[in-house]
Design a protein around this ligand. Structure first.
Ligand code: B1M
Length: 208
């Protein structure tokens, strides 16, 4: 059973087909890590690249992510049995005072697609809750989203709280009003303009 077929079905967001192909690949004895890396993650990575270049848009990413989620439900127990570990843990959330979550959810999907375990702290997340969730999950990355000019300033509270708590987790930020200049100003570890770039950034920060 070809992992390429899983990759293609995932990119097209064909949830039932992805489920069938993942199960068939497992039944045929394909290594679960190969199904993950060459099938699912490869598919999400291509979708992420296309999204960055505006060759696909939010709906295509959402349906691909939904297909990935369905496939992962079948694959996850086998990955655990095979001892395949996530590449890192990311806690994500929308900053205090802000209820927008569509972009944050996309970031979460892309991080999952890149191999991270993602813990979603939700919306309207205080700096204290970010710290608490990061500590409880030994997070490597804290991803903070803001969509309002009035709430983006609360991102600095998260950066400061991480420093104060002495955590080694890297804080990455994004959202429509956020810029690289703002990131530099508040001392966050990185900024990205879109969800696919956020996953690339998180991966590169793991290595640093
Ligand atoms: Co709101 N809203 N909204 N809203 N809303 C905006 C953001 C606004 C620009 C609309 C406008 O006036 N033109 C404006 C903000 C103005 C400003 O501050 N500059 C605004 C306002 C004013 C408000 C209210 C104050 C309105 C009111 O009540 N008077 C209110 C605030 C509520 C609150 O949060 N406290 C409000 C409420 C709402 C709804 C609840 C109705 C709804 C949110 C529903 C939801 O999220 N579940 C809503 C929506 C939908 C929008 C718009 C229309 C769309 C936002 C969206 O989801 N975009 C938005 C106008 C617009 O953007 N056209 C608007 C799609 C999403 C994929 O993009 O989130 O930017 P985005 O994510 C991108 C990147 O930014 C990046 O990746 C994504 C793409 O790959 N990204 C990250 C995001 N997070 C990242 C994190 C990263 C990295 C990248 O690293 C961690």
């Amino acid at each position: 059973m070809s992992t390429e077929a899983i990759c293609q079905a995932l990119m097209k967001g064909r949830t039932p087909e992805v489920k069938t192909l993942v199960q068939a690949a497992l039944d045929a004895g394909t290594d679960p890590a190969a199904i993950l890396n060459e099938g699912m993650l490869a598919g999400m990575s291509i979708i992420g690249e296309k999204f960055k270049k505006n060759e696909v848009y939010v709906p295509e990413v959402l349906i691909a992510a939904r297909a990935m989620k369905a496939g992962m439900e079948i694959l996850r127990p086998k990955l655990v049995d095979a001892g395949v570990e996530p590449i890192g843990t990311a806690v994500i959330g929308t900053v205090k005072g802000d209820l927008h979550d569509i972009g944050k959810n996309l970031v979460g999907m892309m991080l999952e697609g890149a191999g991270f375990k993602v813990v979603d702290a939700g919306i309207d997340v205080s700096a204290e809750k970010f710290i608490e969730t990061a500590k409880a999950n030994n997070a490597h990355i804290i991803g903070v989203s803001a969509l309002l000019t009035t709430t983006m300033t609360n991102m600095k509270l998260v950066v400061d709280a991480v420093k104060e708590a002495g955590l080694s987790a890297k804080v990455i930020i994004g959202g429509a009003p956020v810029t690289q200049a703002f990131c530099d100003e508040i001392g966050a570890s990185g900024y990205s303009a879109d969800a696919a770039s956020a996953a690339d950034l998180a991966k590169s920060l793991l290595a640093s």
